[in-house]
Design a protein around this ligand. Sequence first.
Ligand SMILES: Nc1nc2c(ncn2[C@@H]2O[C@H](COP(=O)(O)OP(=O)(O)O)[C@@H](O)[C@H]2O)c(=O)[nH]1
Ligand SMILES: [Mg+2]
Length: 225
Amino acid sequence: MKPEEITIVVPCRNEADTLLPLYKELKSRTYKVLVPIAKSSSDGTRELCEKNAIPHFMDSGSGKGAGLRESLAHISTPYLVFMDADGSHDLNDIPEMAKKLVSADLVIGSRLQGGSMELYDGSFGSFLRSFFTICINQIVNSRFNSRITDTQNGFRAARTESLKKLNLTGNTFEIETEMVMKALKKGMKIEEVASREYPRKFGGSGVSLVRHGWRYLLCVLSNLF
Ligand SMILES: Nc1nc2c(ncn2[C@@H]2O[C@H](COP(=O)(O)OP(=O)(O)O)[C@@H](O)[C@H]2O)c(=O)[nH]1
Ligand SMILES: [Mg+2]
């Protein structure tokens, strides 16, 4: 598959510090790019896109999940990749993901196989988050008899048409879990590749277990059956 057949979707909420170099690098590899921007983004990310002719749209304001869901209506390529704008994902992992998309609907970058400086940085917060991630993996794998090592990673590739069939509804960071559970329920093929995750270059994660933890749990429960 050619890079022009892949749209790299880079959701952004206040990522003006890192978006432009990432965009230039993606364009130099001839990928298509689409940037869903959070309604609440206030650091000039939108102006940066306008100034540099970066294809973008403003999401409805409900969160990252809404941004990803809404991007599907704007994509004209058969394949897509979701990746963070914060410098934590390695675009050298994309060709390996694309290769597996030939026979899979969804290809997840696995931080458990490739390593993560965000999930395992030694802090108590990262301990809680990685523990939570592993619990969700185990629940999903026991329910669907699957062997997925990272149900949560936002760095992933998919067939555009397959994702459209899932009727995703998640508004925030639970969207990745919903995507995996609905794809498994529909009998779609999910593969993983080892992917590395680096610390984000600026700012902090938007994920908070206090604010988002209940959404993950509700998402898992409502997609079990
Ligand atoms: N469009 C959009 N993007 C968002 C929103 N919230 C976060 N993002 C982006 O989604 C990506 C993942 O968020 P991040 O805070 O890095 O989460 P983490 O990597 O899981 O810690 C980043 O590129 C954010 O800028 C939102 O409400 N809308
Ligand atoms: Mg991130």
